[in-house]
Design a protein around this ligand. Sequence first.
Ligand code: GDP
Length: 518
Amino acid sequence: MDPQREAARRRTFAIISHPDAGKTTLTEKFLLYSGAIQEAGAVKSRKVERSTASDWLELEQKRGISVSSAVMRFEHDGHVFNLLDTPGHRDFSEDTYRVLSGVDAAVMVIDAVNGVEPQTEKLYAVCRRRGTPIITFVNKMDRPAPEPLEILDDIEAKLGIDAHPVTWPVVPEGRFTGVVDRRDASFHAYGDSAHGSRAGAESSEPWRDALDPSGMAGEELALLDELGKDVDVKRFLAGESTPVFFGSALANFGVRLLLDAVAGLAPPPGPRETRDGDRRAIDDPFSGFVFKVQANLDPRHRDRLAFVRVCSGTFERGTALTCARNGKRVVAKYAHQVFGRERETVDVAYPGDIVGLVNATDLRIGDTLFDGARVEFPPPPTFTPEHFSVCTPADRSKVKQFRRGLEQLDQEGVIQVLRHPDLGDQEPLLAAVGQLQFDVATWRLEHEFGAPVRLRAATYESARATDEASVPKLRTLRDVSVYYRSDDVPMALFRSRWVAERVRADHPELRLDNVVFS
Ligand code: GDP
């Protein structure tokens, strides 16, 4: 089949939101609409309110669909949707950021009552940097919420993006009855959906027939027209403005319009920029990159999956591919699509698709795989850690397991392992963006690798990625140390945030980056 044609009908996206805004509920409704599941309640929240590692892992083991599946794939109206899961814990977001490098668009879910919340802001910032187009869904409109215009103002003020309503909620006397689609001036009234477990009846007619034009909604619609708040597709695709849809995921209100918008507005996979500034076209030979590595996903399998986003050409199982980092051959003999506990063998995949390569032990996050002409994509960004611990094996006879475990967790991106050039493998420093990463790492080192460890808080508060040219100077400064990441990026570690600020102010010539994009 033609990769260009197959790519054109694919939409690869993620849902970004603050915990509790309704991501899980919306995901479930998408799956319900597309027929991928029949009953509500099949998708379990990935969110962890309790914050210890064993709770988190216990939950992982009882996982429902969204917990274990990195990708949910479903079809609707001739389109193939690949919905990439973004883990929801507010303290465990490094993984989430990386997932965003694999998508072509994002749906941003906002709780109508709470407005834009901190986690949404963070995830939005990553999308913005990448220029990812964002469609906004204002959820929970069935609850008493601020005026829709206030909600739009909140989005524009907090995120600095233009918010253009595509649909407008109709809430007479505080009861959410439907939305007006401003594109064709139709009013969509929503019927009973048995508390959202079914799609529910949906009727549509011109809003001027259905509603009183001099009523609240009529006045607001006239005002919006006057303000010219219409979707500008070009600015949306550049990530500068966001089309806004109102609804209720729980009650199935406005969900179909949103899904249609993902199909109609969100872009299909396009040519992808390579490391040397070129572009790999969709119909070039196969290429893809690893955006997630997960080991021991299923305790029954004890394996390691590398999730590859297909960027160009056709992926065919069994083809010998090349890894751009080391030139090694990778034969993708076992390729899976993961959906909940189920795994399905994938024989072919097209741009926008995600395939899980089984036991491709050599692959790391950010690796490019290709067939034909060599290509390398820029790796996903990494974020500078804010928490640091010295890590030593609790049982000296388990040093081998300890090293193997650390290497694995580092490659999976569970934790960053930093080494001092004078100390080498002795006393590596574990570094994390969120505290929970330490709990997960120590739990896995003990239970999966048989290497219990001791953690000692290290006296650093802040880190910046730097370059070799800056290292000699950094070494002479007080309260600053230079460590190395496993990908050889030098990291400047500061005893306090204050020291970091001072060094930055006193030495503008030094390279000190917050986010590492390559
Ligand atoms: P997540 O943390 O973003 O995945 O949020 P969930 O989908 O788990 O939803 C969090 C809570 O909000 C749950 O109790 C949902 O039932 C509820 N919820 C989700 N969508 C709606 C909605 O449209 N209206 C109302 N009233 N509650 C909702």
